[in-house]
Structure formats: C-alpha cells, structure tokens
Design a protein around this ligand. Structure first.
Ligand code: HAM
Length: 537
C-alpha cells in the first residue's frame, strides 16, 4: 500500500475512512463500500487493523470481524434455558463481541453492499427462544399468570427502556453498576430496566388518586443486568413480580409468600426442595439505632451487609468502618446477623421493637396459610437493594446448588423518594432462569410438544383452494389447522402429521369434494371415514 493510499472500513455502526492510516479517521457517506478497498489487501489485514483502531479510539467494539474465518457460523447456539456459564455463545473475534460496554452517541447504520455472514449467536448473556424453549417459557409464564389470577392480581407492564434516573440510587448497589445505560438520539440518558419495581413505583405515582388502594399488580417482563455470567444469572432474564401497594400490614408479605408457595406446589416442588429465608431490615435498624447511627446510613449498611457471603468478613468490616460505623456497632451487627431463631432475636432485641413483632406475626400467619414448613428466620438476609424497609425474604433451594430463586420485601419509602406520596408497598421478583434449573434438577420438566388438532391436505394441486376453504371453516370453529401449502406426497404428509402431533388428517380429494365431502383419518386410532363439510366439527 502506498503511503497515500486511502481506504474504507464498513462496520454496522461506523464507517471509517483511513486517509494516511495512522493520522486521519473520518466518518464517511454511506454509499461507499469495501469494493473501494485496494484489491491487493487481504481482508484479515483490515480486520486486525480495524480492531487495533477500535481499541485505540475507544469506540464500541466491532460486532463482526472482517476475518472470514472468524465469521464462520459453525458454533451452535445454546438453549435458552441452559444457564451454565459454559453454555455462553463463543465470542466472534479476539475481542469479546457481546461484552458491550457503554455506547456513545449513535450514527445511522451503514448500508452494507458486500454480502457477508453474520454471527448467528445472540449477544453474550442473551437468549433466543426457538419453539422448544418458547414452549417452556410460555408454560412457565402461564403458571405465573394463573397463580396471580388465583390471588386476584391484575397484570401491568412498563417499557423495557426507561429513564436512567429511575435506577440511579445513592446506596452503591450492584444493580447500578450493572446498568445497560446510554444516551439516546435525543441526548437523553436512558437505561434498559434491570428490575421492574422502579417502573411500578413510577406508574403508581403517575396514576395518583385515580386508582384506589390497595393495588395488587403483577407483571412479567424482561430485565437487563450486565452481570458476570454464572449458573442462573444472565444478562437478560424475565421476572415475574407481584406487588401490593397501600397495605402497611404484614398480611401483605404473608399473602405474597403464599402465592409463591402456591406456584411451587403447582410445579411439583415441595418444602423439602425449597425454603424461604425471612428477616426484617428493622432488625438492622434497631441495632443501628442503639448505636445512634443516623437513619440515612441505613441503606448503605444494608448493601454492605448483603455482600457478607460474597466477600471476606474483614473486607465487610473495612467497608462498614469506611462509612463511619464504629467497631462496637459492627461487632453487634455481625452477632445479630448470625441469629437463626426468632426466640434468640427476641432475647437480643427485646420484644418492644417492630422487627420482632412483624416477624412473629408473619410466622403466625404462615401457619394459617399452611406454609410454616417453607419458611425460616435468618437474620443474615438483608437483600441487595437499598429501598427495602421491613420484612425481606428470599427463596432458596435446600441443596444449596443454585442462586436465589426469588426475593422480595417491603419498600415503604420508595414512592416518596421518587416524589410521590408515602405509600406502603411490598412485592417480590421471581426470575425465569433459576427455576428452570431447579425443575430440571428435580426431574419436573414438563413434556411440552407442538400440537395441532388438524392437518389439512389437498390431494392434488387443483384442490389447494378447496383445502383452504376446509381450513378456514375449521379455524372459524376454533380448531387449529396446519394446512399443507404445497403439493406433497402422502408419505410426507403422514411424517409431518406425526411431527406436529396432529390429531386428525383431513384429506381433500377430488371425488369427495364433488360431493361436498372430505376424508378424515383419526391419527391416534387409524379410524377413517368420509364426512360432509358442514358436519365437520
Ligand atoms: P432481585 O433479588 O434483584 O429483586 O431479583 C429478583 C429475582 O430475579 C432473583 O431472585 C432472580 O430470580 C432473578 N434475577 C435477578 N437477576 C438475575 C439475572 N441476572 N439473571 C437471572 N435471573 C435474575 C428485584 O429485582 C426486586 N425488584 C424484586 C421486588 C419486586 N421487590 C419488590 N418487588
């Protein structure tokens, strides 16, 4: 390449023009393409060149490699509900294609004029849902919906894209560092929601006095967190949430836990498979109050304590000291956190405060609801979100193999921190990933197959229209129909009928059609008959 050579690199988000390669990089018009590159240059040179430049320019990494070898789509996509880290799609190039990072302002996508192979894997940490996985997801969501219905909840939804401000809280939560956030084309800071609760709070505030309390709302939505991928944790997951707004009583928490127990039971999961660890943030609050630690430290302390099982205890102590908690208060906090029985807690805190009172009421209600054997007191549960103010709970698998299955609690001040009225609220989030791992472990995965009631097949090409009429009549009667759209031999039709688990084969043949009739074969029994079209049910 001569010293004055100039060339172009196309990228889905960027077009680079290299005048003297080391000096000028310009965004270009979009009607130019790789065919403007000097023929003598091997594509792999462009690839490494572009990667180096992307690195040095701190641009978003290219989402494809120009190296044809690396463009090969040979790697197979992992199952949507395979949540092990090893199931991650391999990255495309030496750079981690799916890693993302924060993107800057957007330019229009370029028009690519050269045919190219795309990476067939979804971005790292995300999933496709081919039919077999979608069936499982739909089954799971149906169970979420049915349980919510049994408890009298109404379904709501919010946008996946929200204003970033909704998720930026002060307490240093992990969820904030995991935010997928960026500026949109109008220069607004936005984020893909990492959870549903702030959106719910926003909607409740927006509705204001037009809704009457209590609200019992549920939602099933996709959430995004830039997580380190482990079993049951992905960068995109669905959460089932149930929230009760406007009830200050512990009856609300008891009702919510009851709904999760109902869900587990529907799936065949028992109290020996799963339990709930329950505590109250008021336990910590009471300890902090004894040491005259200001209320506004509370959220921060909870977030630090929540990491107790993830980082060494000395680090926890160090963090607590750095936010101004005294050594004596830390010792007392750690002692209280190790308590696993309500009686012992009462010994330490006395029975005057709300913490013990609330927890006792919850355990008493659990008896009435009939799920005492599912719940246990564990003071170490504080949960990683700053907004909880009272009872908190987490569903866990008793074998200890999986991450938290679900979690929730009371958040009486979230609405007022967003500028709304002080309205008591509590709820939970239940992810779609860990539960699938659990039912796989327990052998409780349902057998879900594609099923169609009828397969309708014309026996020759001219009868395609007649077959369409038959299919339409059946569909109008509420029957599902797979219509054979091409002229296929019967052997092929039988094979397809077996694959889609069709109940009946409806054959549209010339002589029958002349008489206004069709042939029917019941595929489970082999029974065959002819029937008038208007008698076909
Ligand atoms: P959370 O504990 O952060 O709470 O998440 C709730 C549940 O969502 C977890 O227990 C887990 O099942 C699932 N989950 C969370 N992150 C991931 C991930 N990266 N991959 C797969 N599953 C995940 C909340 O989000 C609260 N907003 C829940 C709530 C609702 N509290 C009151 N109302």
């Amino acid at each position: 390449m001569s010293a004055n050579a100039s060339f172009l690199i196309h990228h889905p988000r960027l077009i680079l023009y290299f005048n003297k390669p080391s000096t000028s990089i310009l965004h270009l018009r979009q009607n130019l393409s790789l065919r403007h590159l000097p023929q003598s240059l091997n594509p792999s040179i462009y690839s490494s060149f572009s990667v180096a430049l992307f690195r040095s320019c701190r641009f978003s990494r290219p989402s494809f490699s120009l190296n044809p070898r690396k463009l090969s789509s040979s790697s197979s996509s992992s199952s949507s509900y395979s949540t092990t880290a090893s199931a991650e799609p391999p990255s495309l190039s030496s750079n981690d294609n799916g890693g993302g990072g924060r993107s800057g302002a957007l330019s229009s996508p370029p028009v690519i004029e050269v045919p190219q192979k795309i990476d067939v894997n979804p971005p790292k940490g995300t999933r496709d849902f081919p039919p077999e996985d979608m069936r499982l997801r739909s089954w799971l969501f149906q169970n979420f919906r049915e349980v919510s219905r049994l408890f009298g909840f109404e379904e709501v939804d919010f946008p996946v894209l929200e204003s970033e401000a909704l998720f930026v809280r002060k307490a240093g939560e992990e969820i904030r560092d995991q935010l997928y956030n960026f500026k949109d084309r109008g220069n607004r800071r936005v984020a893909l929601r990492p959870e549903l609760t702030p959106s719910l709070a926003r909607l409740v505030i927006q509705k204001g006095k037009s809704v009457s309390l209590p609200l019992k709302w549920f939602a099933i939505g996709q959430c995004w967190r830039y997580e380190r991928m482990t079993r049951g944790r992905r960068r995109e997951h669905y959460q089932w949430n149930m929230d009760i707004i406007g009830v200050p009583e512990v009856t609300a928490e008891a009702e919510l836990i009851s709904s999760i127990v109902t869900f587990f039971k529907r799936l065949g999961i028992t109290a020996s498979d799963v339990g709930f660890k329950v505590s109250s943030r008021k336990v910590l609050q009471e300890v902090l109050r004894c040491y005259s630690i200001p209320e506004n430290m509370f959220g921060k302390v909870c977030i630090i304590i929540d990491k107790i099982e993830k980082i060494p205890i000395e680090e926890i102590k160090g963090e607590l000291v750095s936010v101004g908690i005294s050594e004596a208060a830390i010792e007392e906090l750690l002692q209280v956190l190790s308590v696993k029985s309500l009686d012992k807690l009462e010994e330490i805190l006395g029975d005057a405060g709300d913490a013990v009172k609330d927890l006792k009421q919850l355990f008493s209600l659990a008896e009435k609801f009939g799920y005492s054997d599912w719940i246990q007191f564990d003071a170490s549960v504080v949960r990683g979100l700053a907004y909880y103010t009272g009872i908190v709970f987490e569903g866990f698998d008793r074998e200890g193999k999986l991450r938290a299955i679900c979690g929730g609690g009371r958040y009486d001040q979230l609405l007022s921190t967003f500028g709304g009225d002080d309205i008591p609220a509590c709820g939970f989030g239940f992810g779609d990933a860990v539960i699938v791992e659990l039912i796989k472990e327990k052998g409780l995965l349902p057998e879900l197959s594609h099923e169609v009631e009828n397969i309708v097949c014309p026996l020759d090409k001219e009868l395609q229209g007649a077959a369409a009429t038959v299919a339409t009549i059946l569909r109008q009667k509420g029957q599902s129909v797979d219509l054979v759209l091409e002229n296929k031999p019967l052997k092929w039709v039988f094979k397809r009928a077996a694959r889609i688990n069709a109940g009946r084969l409806i054959l549209v043949g010339n002589s029958e059609w002349q008489k206004g009739m069709v042939g029917v074969k019941i595929l489970s029994t082999g029974e065959q008959y002819e029937i008038k079209l208007d008698e076909l049910e």
